[in-house]
Design a protein around this ligand. Sequence first.
Ligand SMILES: *Cc1c(COP(=O)(O)O)cnc(C)c1O
Length: 387
Amino acid sequence: MNIFEKDNSFVASTYARFPLNLVSGKGSIVYDDSGKGYIDMATGIAVNTFGVADDEWVKAVTNQLNTLQHASNLYYTKPCADLAEILCNRTGLKKVFFSNSGAEANECAIKVARKYAADKKGSDYYTIITLKNSFHGRTITTLAATGQDVFHNDFLPLTDGFVYAEANNIADLEAKVKENKVAAIMFECVQGEGGVLPLEPDFVNAIFSIAEREDILTIADEVQTGNGRTGSLYAFMNYGVLPDIVSTAKGLGNGLPLGATMLGEKVKDVLTAGSHGSTFGGNPVACAGAVNVINRIDDALLNEVKEKSNYVFNTLKNASGVKSVSGMGLMIGIETEKDASEVIKYCMENGVLPIKAKTKVRLLPALNIGWDDLKKAVEIIKKGCEI
Ligand SMILES: *Cc1c(COP(=O)(O)O)cnc(C)c1O
């Protein structure tokens, strides 16, 4: 059996994989089993923040790997404490719960919001308003939080207590707040899986003013938008707001499984010993790598992200076959005249790997992608869109 046959026979059929067997890489170039190189414009879905086999990150991770790979949360370990301190100092949030994925980071956010509201207002205040077209994960509860019916079918009943408001519709949000006993409003600053759609600043401001007026918590799902992706360390910073709870994962681990739920002043002590936990969460190897990742996302790198973003937007927005370009920073969606799959196929054949978001071509390159690689990739994507 070749690898495609073996995988199709023995791995659960949950993925429609591209017909590529990736074996290695360096920076923004990944290689398949024939030795062909590709410019990586997807980074494993916004995960490989500094590309593949990044020297500094590998060093941080292997040092820890050769020292202590795991201890469990029954004990203290330095990388976990260091990472939590750095995240709090850089964001203004106060405490961090570590887990292993985006879905788990959101599960924690939801548990914190429910407990805070139950303690403060009563156990009937459990509803969480999320947005239509959102994506928050694949567990039964984060599926319930996800405002897209296509993901819900076949798995009912989901966890109770989620209500969906229309993104960028303040009147609808006000109505949903009025009709329900609400614990929190949860949102992505840029809906990633939903098609790379940023929220309008007025709408984000409305979320925060309604939340303050009604004593409702705000939860920013920064699983995809976080860790420098949008040109700020976290996307909420682009809007000048400070959420009560911020969840993140993907790019924080740079390829190792790591989720974080950051808790603001109001909720920092809602969870107490025994009320939540994770065996792997805060794993020293993943955390040692993440300390390196966050420390390198400085103003110089963020400015570079913005410059590269401007370059991609400016090059593609009026190109032939491109209907629109949306997104923020290096999280970019291209609406094409052609079917997005056709454009992606052309790019793959020509050594570039973008992915899809709904009907769009989505770009999520490494934050430190070289200008040469970026320009080469954008030229090929532009050609692929051309009609
Ligand atoms: C990817 C993603 C998730 C789920 O993360 P997993 O690590 O796959 O569980 C949740 N929210 C958003 C916004 C995401 O992009």
